[in-house]
Design a protein around this ligand. Structure first.
Ligand code: COA
Length: 375
């Protein structure tokens, strides 16, 4: 009798891997702790959404104030981490830098080996506070500049833009960037969250789980797509070249980044918000070229292949309008998704069982060992 029970599905498509109360996708509707993503995008802010993901409820004013001050108090990076970054090759891949520095930060966290819920909540706060600092620090270091330190009172989103550009964002820039972080903060059992949970389930530590997640997010079939979308738009160059590009890509059976989704078949709800954001920002900046090219590409890809844009498509032109360098797009995804990853690690540990699936073995059934001199 076989000791395998479940049916085999390539890529685990549609397989339920664990129970979770953090985030749901039902009939194309994405919800964090039961609240529709559109409502959060319109009415919430990133710190409030982080609180919701971690603690399962919306914060009161004093709970929100407290989380904001804790995030501020924990944003500093350990000096040896900055020193190590200064020694990295300036051409290092941004996501590799993030993966390596997050792993390195474990050495300086007093709670590293403590897997209690309280210690993991403290680590979640530290990581969420430090990631924007890490991302902007690397942007400056790789360009031979000194990192800008966070400014008191600004909060995560404004501080990120402040540390990146050295000046505070406009109201619209801040509102859009904060909304982008809300939209990326969690997404059920996406590949990086699942990877983080697999690591956590072995009773390893939070830093190992997040390092795993960052490495997984890097791939172009996951978070790495947003950078490639902007690179593609730049390569196409002009709106009258979009049609040729799309036709050729489909003829060559290439994948167009920022389209398609494993779960959403009737459209990614986040893409709708990001499309509006890209339009608003291009109007404010008086530069509609990238938005218009994106809309044209969106229409053609839908017409030719019925594929719809995902979260990565309109975030690319939005980030470009915010003056963010392409290489930082996927790190920004991580900076937001850290909220979801840490919520899932804590949830996994609250009712843990080792995650250990089986393989559909397709190799030789029985083979005999042939000694070296007879091969
Ligand atoms: C996200 C993604 C990996 C989901 O993939 P999936 O559920 O495994 O779907 P499949 O890879 O089985 O694709 C199904 C079909 O759609 C096609 N397809 C899916 N996404 C496509 C894309 N972006 N461009 C061109 N064709 C695509 C596949 O080639 C395949 O066609 P076929 O049946 O003729 O071979 C896939 O849509 C993709 O590669 N998108 C581009 C990368 C991206 O934007 N990633 C970010 C996701 S949020």
């Amino acid at each position: 009798m076989s000791d395998k029970t479940a049916e085999f599905k390539e890529g685990l498509e549609g397989i339920v891997a664990a129970s979770s109360a953090v985030c749901s996708i039902e009939n194309g509707v994405l919800r964090y702790r039961g609240i529709d993503i559109h409502e959060l995008a319109q009415k919430s802010n990133f710190i409030e959404t982080v609180y919701l993901l971690w603690y399962g409820k919306l914060p009161t004013q004093s709970e929100w104030d407290d989380l904001k001050s804790q995030l501020e108090a924990n944003a500093a990076l350990p000096e040896p981490v900055i020193k190590a970054m200064e020694a990295f090759p300036k051409k290092a891949n941004f996501m590799d830098v993030l993966r390596t520095t997050v792993s390195l930060m474990a050495f300086y966290d007093p709670d590293e080996e403590d897997n209690s819920i309280e210690a993991n909540q403290r680590k979640a706060i530290r990581l969420t506070a430090q990631l924007p600092h890490l991302v902007t620090a690397w942007e400056h270091i790789r360009n031979q500049r000194s990192p800008v330190h966070p400014k008191k009172g600004l909060g995560i989103s404004a501080n990120f833009l402040y540390m990146l550009h050295g000046k505070e964002p406009t109201d619209l820039e801040l509102q859009c960037f904060d909304q982008a972080l809300i939209l990326h903060a969690d997404h059920e059992f996406n590949a990086s969250t699942f990877a983080a949970r697999v690591t956590a389930a072995t009773l390893s530590d939070m830093y190992s789980a997040i390092t795993t997640a960052i490495g997984t997010l890097k791939g172009p079939l996951h978070g790495g797509a947003n950078q490639r979308v902007m690179e593609t738009l730049m390569k196409i160059g002009e709106i009258d070249q979009v049609e040729k590009f799309v036709k050729e890509a489909f003829e060559k059976k290439e994948r167009i980044m920022g389209f398609g989704h494993r779960v959403y078949k009737t459209g990614d709800p986040r893409a709708k918000e990001l499309k509006r954001m890209s339009e608003k920002l291009s109007k404010e900046k008086g530069d509609s070229k990238w938005f218009e090219m994106s809309v044209k590409m969106d229409e053609l890809v839908q017409k030719e292949k019925g594929l719809l844009p995902n979260v990565d498509f309109y975030s690319a032109s939005s980030y470009h309008m915010l003056g963010i360098p392409f290489e930082a797009y996927t790190p920004i995804f991580a900076m937001s998704r850290i909220a979801g990853w840490t919520a899932h690690v804590i949830e996994q540990l609250s009712n843990n069982r080792l995650i250990r699936p089986r393989a559909d073995y397709i190799g030789l059934k029985e083979a005999s060992f042939v000694p070296m001199n007879q091969r």
